[in-house]
Every structure is written in structure tokens, then in C-alpha cells.
Design a protein around this ligand. Structure first.
Ligand code: AHR
Length: 682
């Protein structure tokens, strides 16, 4: 139960004068010139709207010269147990510290006494079942026999920063209880406001005996309150032990038991991710090996799972465990990408000669996910209600691990997995360079940086070695100069994403990070989706992710931009530099539809001639989906969740060459139907 200190995370937060820790020397050469060029041009990047004549641009698209195919897995999501993304967030459990494993104190449980009754609570080594849950809470109740039945003594739990109850909502309570010292129940259960003045739902549990027994109760709330609490109390003297006190809304996403909070899951579904990377991140590594993620402790009855200290400063119940992640992927229509600890934590590594159980974990994870229902690990999946395989095809060996120790461990995992599962796609960490000890199919690069960095690196992949490993941009986000996530950040990421899509023969997967944050449990800024107990909003960056993912073509069409603003005002400089416009064009093969993604990072609308070369014929009507707002600093919030959201417009003037004005500070998707498409009725 000791609580380790959080170490500084090791992601790529570059300072202007230093190469990222752990970046390879080949990369290092790039960083300094990039930044220097960017700084020189930075003042031009987001100029205030001017009344001067609008600049003009030409976007030329070679519709008859298709380039590389766009990877069908390009846009995905990365889920990490950070910022209460899972516990207190996506995982619909409403009770925090339900199994009393979060330390020596019962926090956030508190003692509640009313009237003259007295009580005492303590975490004690006791539990209703074996497994990895070793503690329970003991409640001692003292009361004058003359006053029995008057007042109450109990325990209250506020959930994760308040339990959101909804009028008419049904909540399933389950718990284990036993009693002693003459107490046999009943226990009064209530959902009430934080001060205990108003009761929204009540019920009773009992009788209790001196043996652990499971109890269940359904509660229906008569009012809504985003900050309610659960109280379990008695009005007679004696002793009560409780464990695994769980409260689940009857409504989970897709009705899954032990499932997900629907509004947050719907935000994920709206991104239409092709894959989900899980469960981390540094969370996989742990600060020390004892806190490393081991998937085997996260399966089976949640009662027996390991409660685990998370270096992101809270305990995880692992209620959202390996099985639930796989189920979530399937429900999202996304491929699972499991990140396995490779025997390395932030502060220590497993000695090489003791690595075999860690490597075996990887093989067993694949068997759990994909193996026959009568295999050793596949049978546990079947026991959990899922005899069919989950089709796990992607596994990442470690997270942000590098150096010689990583190379050695990568070799062990690579050899063992490929020997048994030759078709498994393995992803290597790009940290201190690409591992050389074994082949690398895909490497995971991470970028957290300024808006200028992302704009200046929109061309980054144009020159990547086509014979080298494929790239998974596993984590990226503007983290500088954008507060809690602004439109400016979203525009810069969009600029970068045009480069990833244009080079999707190299960049085969990408995911923004982090994905989710409870606004009262946030340890990292910014985060794509933010929520409290009952509300949710997406950053402008969320809508960029959604726009790119929901508007995918199959092949890149070469596109070039000429922009007068750019030609005149941006000084010639060597190396990449921010530009006013960024674009990528693609085509859907079945319908022939052309999809243009255009980013205008300037404060002026840009009147653009769209020139489609070699196009057979276009329907005059098309669609534009536009994300824009008056200021690049604009952002969304719980109170204003839709301040910066995309809007759709009809286009009536589409032709092989037509004018379109791309608004100031905007990301625009143009969807242009070909005649053939109209004939096909698509
Ligand atoms: O996304 C937050 C953290 O950044 C991840 O846990 C880690 O992989 C990176 O350092």
C-alpha cells in the first residue's frame, strides 16, 4: 500500500535548444534547424484578421495521378489509465475504492453518524474471497440500547468527485457483508445529496450473518444530482464488515455488464477509430516493476482483480481490464492494439535471466484473446462469456522504452511471439532510436510540442525512408502555448495530419494523446475529451480527429498549394517552416468521390482556386465540413461544449476548377462527388 512518487514523464516535450531525450542521432540533426526556422516565422503564423484584400491561393489536385494507398488503420485512438480516464471515467463504476485496497485509510469513504450514535471505521485485512483483494472495511457501531433505531451510523462514498444520479435512473448496488457483536442487520442504503439532507433513493440489505455473503439491490433515483453520495448505515449497535461495494448504472454502453459510461463511449465511437491502443502509456511501465501492468491481474471476477497504484497518482481497480478493453475495441469496430510491459519500468528493469514469465505473458495474452475456448487462456475468455476469439493482431512491445536494455528485451519478445504467432503485427518503441536487434515492422513515435512544431513538421514524412519500418505516431498533441486546448492547437495538429495522410504509405497508424480526462482528476493538459460526473466536451482537436477519421479516402491524390500570402510574406528559409495553408487530397475508390482536407492557419479567409486536373466530371453540388471560430484561442468547455465544433455547408458551384473561400483559422473538408458517384446513387 505504499504510494510511490510520480516521476517526471518521459515524453517528447522539446525545448527549443535541445534534442528530445532519447532521440536518435539521425533525428537529432533535424530538431535544431526546425525550431530555428519556426521561431523566425512564428510571428506570421496566426496574424490577426486584417481588412486588407484577401490573399489568394491555388490548390492543384492531380485527380488522374493517384499516389499511395491510405492505410485503413491510419486514424485510431490511444486509451491510457491517466486523468481518471477509466476509473472515474469511461468505466461506469460509480464507487471509488470499492474494494478497500486503496491504501491504509478508507478514503474517500467517510464515517457518517447521526443522533447520539457513535462509530468507527477502519480498513482491515479481511475479504470475502481469495484473489488479489485482501482488505475490507470494518464499521463499529456504538449506541445506547434505549436509542436503538434512532439516528444512524454508517459509511458514505462520494464516488469519483461526486456520483451523478439522474431522475428515473436505475443503479445496481452489489456488495459483500458480514456482521458480528450481535448485529444482524438490516443495513439502510441510500443515494443522497452530499450533505445528507436529501434522499434520492433508498433500500435495505439484510439479514446479515457472521459469514461473508453477497447482496444486491436496485435503486431508482427520484431526482438528478451530479454530486450525490452513497450511504450504507445501521441503526443498531454491533460490527459490520463490507467489501466490494459496487454501484453501476443500469445503463452502460451497449448494455455490457461491468461496462462503459455511455456518453463517453459515444464520444469515442463518433471518432470511428480503426484501432485502440491500450492500456498505456507510462501506466504500462509503472514507476517501479511492482507497479507494472500485468494483464493477468486484470481478468476474471472484478472482486479478485488487483487494485494497482497508477503513477498518474491514483489507484486503478483494473475493473476495466484486458477482457473489457478487447470488448470495447470490438464494440467500437476497432482493431485492438495491446501494449505489453517488456520487463521495464521507469526506475528498474527485470533482469534478463528472469524475463521468461514476462515474455510468457505476451504469448498468453494472445491465447486469451484469440485461442480456442478449450485452450488454457482461451477458456478463461470463454468463462467470461466470450467463447469466440477477439482477433488481436497488434501488439506493442513496451512503451517509450529504449537503449540496449530494450533491444535485448525486444529480441526476447520478438522471437517468442513470431515463433508461435508469425502473423502478429509487432510494434517497437522508437526511443533512443529504432531497435536494431531484430526486424522492426512498425515503430511508435511520440510528439508533444508547440503549434509551430507541428506546422513545421507537416512535411516530415515526405522524406522518410520508404524501405524503413512503417511508422505509428502513437502519441501526439500540441501541449505548448495552447492552455487547455485551443483552436490554434487543433489547426496545427490538422496541418501535421495532412502530412501523415499524404504519407500514409509510411505512417500507417496515428493516435492523439491523452484521450480522456476528468476535469477534477486531470494530471495532464490538454486532453482530447474532458468530462465531469455528468457532462462531457471535446477539444477543438477532438473535432479535427473526428473530421479526419470520418472523411477518409483510399488513395492520396497529389496536391500542391500556391499561396500569395505565403509567397510574399514568409521569408525564404532553409528547413521546414509554417505555411498559411496545408492540404491533402484523396479519393474513395468505390465511388470516385474526392475528399480535400484544407487547413488555413491564418487570420484571413483565403480565396482559393481549386483546380482538379484529369477529373472526368463532377457534380455541381458537394459538401463542406468546416471547423472554425473567431479566435485561435477559442476553446470548448463543460459550460460551452459546442463553441468550436464543425458545421456542414452545401456547395453549389463545384466544377473541375472552382473558387472556394477557406475561412480564417479553419479546417475544411470538401467532399466532391464525381458524376459516376451520382450515377451510382452514392
Ligand atoms: O500521454 C501521456 C504520456 O506521455 C504517456 O503515458 C507516455 O507514453 C508519454 O510519455
Amino acid at each position: 500500500m505504499d504510494q510511490p512518487r510520480l516521476t517526471t514523464h518521459r515524453c517528447l516535450h522539446l525545448s527549443p535548444w535541445a534534442a528530445p531525450a532519447g532521440s536518435g542521432t539521425a533525428k537529432r540533426a533535424l530538431w535544431l534547424p526546425v525550431w530555428t526556422a519556426v521561431t523566425a516565422a512564428a510571428a506570421l503564423v496566426f496574424p490577426a484578421p486584417s481588412s486588407a484584400a484577401s490573399p489568394t491561393a491555388t490548390l492543384t489536385i492531380q485527380a488522374d495521378r493517384p499516389g499511395p494507398a491510405i492505410s485503413p488503420t491510419l486514424y485510431g485512438i490511444f486509451f491510457e489509465e491517466i486523468n481518471h480516464a477509466g476509473d472515474g471515467g469511461l468505466y461506469a463504476e460509480l464507487i471509488r475504492n470499492r474494494s478497500f485496497e486503496d491504501g491504509d485509510k478508507p478514503d474517500p469513504w467517510i464515517l457518517v453518524t447521526e443522533g447520539q450514535a457513535k462509530g468507527e471505521i477502519a480498513v482491515v485485512p479481511d475479504a470475502p474471497a481469495c484473489g488479489l483483494n485482501h482488505h475490507a472495511i470494518r464499521l463499529r457501531i456504538a449506541m445506547d440500547s434505549a436509542r436503538e433505531g434512532v439516528g444512524r451510523v454508517g459509511v458514505a462514498n462520494p464516488g469519483y468527485f461526486g456520483i451523478a444520479v439522474q431522475e428515473g435512473g436505475v443503479y445496481h448496488l452489489s456488495l459483500y457483508a458480514k456482521a458480528g457483536n450481535g448485529f444482524t442487520g438490516p443495513l439502510a442504503v441510500s443515494l443522497e445529496d452530499a450533505a445528507g439532507k436529501q434522499v434520492y433513493a433508498r433500500g435495505e440489505i439484510g439479514p446479515l450473518s457472521c459469514h461473508w455473503r453477497a447482496h444486491r439491490l436496485s435503486l431508482t433515483a427520484c431526482a438528478s444530482d451530479p454530486k450525490a453520495r452513497l450511504v450504507i448505515a445501521a441503526a443498531r449497535p454491533g460490527t459490520v464488515w463490507l467489501d466490494m461495494v459496487s454501484l453501476f448504472p443500469a445503463k452502460t454502453w451497449k448494455g455490457r455488464p461491468n461496462g462503459l459510461r455511455p456518453d463517453l463511449a459515444l464520444m469515442l465511437a463518433a471518432l470511428k477509430p480503426s484501432f485502440v491502443r491500450f492500456p498505456g502509456g507510462c501506466w504500462v511501465e509503472g514507476d517501479r516493476l511492482q507497479f507494472a501492468q500485468r494483464w493477468k491481474t486484470t481478468i476474471g471476477d472484478p472482486l479478485g482483480r488487483r487494485t494497482q497504484w497508477d503513477l498518474w497518482k491514483y489507484y486503478s481497480s483494473n475493473g476495466l481490464g484486458f477482457h473489457e478493453y478487447l470488448q470495447m475495441c470490438e464494440d467500437l469496430g476497432a482493431r485492438p492494439l495491446f501494449v505489453i510491459n517488456c520487463g521495464m519500468s521507469h526506475k528498474e528493469n527485470v533482469p534478463l535471466e528472469k524475463m521468461s514469465p514476462w515474455v510468457q505473458d505476451a504469448l498468453d495474452a494472445i491465447e486469451y484473446a484469440n485461442g480456442p475456448a478449450d485452450s488454457r487462456w482461451g477458456s478463461l475468455r470463454a468463462k467470461a462469456g466470450r467463447p469466440e476469439p477477439f482477433h488481436l493482431q497488434y501488439m506493442e512491445i513496451g512503451n517509450e522504452n529504449g537503449g540496449p536494455a530494450y533491444q535485448e528485451r525486444y529480441t526476447l519478445f520478438y522471437d517468442a511471439i513470431k515463433a508461435k504467432y508469425p502473423n502478429m503485427h509487432l510494434i517497437a518503441d522508437e526511443w533512443h532510436g529504432t531497435p536494431k536487434s531484430r526486424p522492426c515492422e512498425i515503430v511508435d513515435e511520440h510528439y508533444y510540442h508547440s503549434p509551430q512544431f507541428f506546422m513545421a513538421n507537416a512535411d516530415r514524412y515526405d522524406s522518410y525512408d520508404r524501405k524503413g519500418p512503417k511508422v505509428y505516431v502513437g502519441e501526439y498533441a500540441v501541449t505548448k502555448d495552447c492552455g487547455r486546448g485551443s483552436l490554434a492547437a487543433a489547426l496545427s495538429e490538422a496541418a501535421f495530419m495532412t502530412g501523415m495522410e499524404r504519407n500514409s504509405d509510411v505512417v500507417v497508424m496515428a493516435s492523439y494523446a491523452p484521450l480522456l480526462a476528468h476535469v477534477h482528476g486531470r494530471v495532464w493538459d490538454p486532453d482530447l475529451i474532458n468530462f465531469d460526473s455528468s457532462r462531457v466536451y471535446g477539444l477543438p482537436s477532438y473535432y479535427v480527429q473526428q473530421m479526419f477519421s470520418n472523411n477518409r479516402g483510399d488513395v492520396v491524390l497529389p496536391a500542391t498549394i500556391r499561396c500569395r500570402l505565403h509567397d510574399k510574406r514568409v521569408p525564404a528559409a532553409s528547413g521546414p517552416q509554417p505555411k498559411p495553408l496545408y492540404a491533402v487530397a484523396s479519393r474513395r475508390q468505390a465511388s470516385g468521390e474526392i475528399i480535400v482536407k484544407m487547413v488555413n492557419v491564418t487570420g484571413s479567409p483565403i480565396d482559393t482556386l481549386v483546380d482538379l486536373k484529369g477529373i472526368g466530371g463532377l457534380e455541381p453540388s458537394g459538401r463542406a465540413i468546416v471547423l472554425s471560430s473567431g479566435s485561435p484561442d477559442n476553446r470548448n468547455s463543460l459550460d460551452e461544449p459546442a463553441k468550436v465544433v464543425p458545421k456542414e455547408q452545401r456547395l453549389d458551384h463545384v466544377a473541375a476548377t472552382f473558387h472556394h473561400e477557406f475561412p480564417a483559422y479553419s479546417v475544411t473538408i470538401l467532399r466532391l462527388k464525381t458524376r459516376r458517384q451520382a450515377e451510382l446513387g452514392k
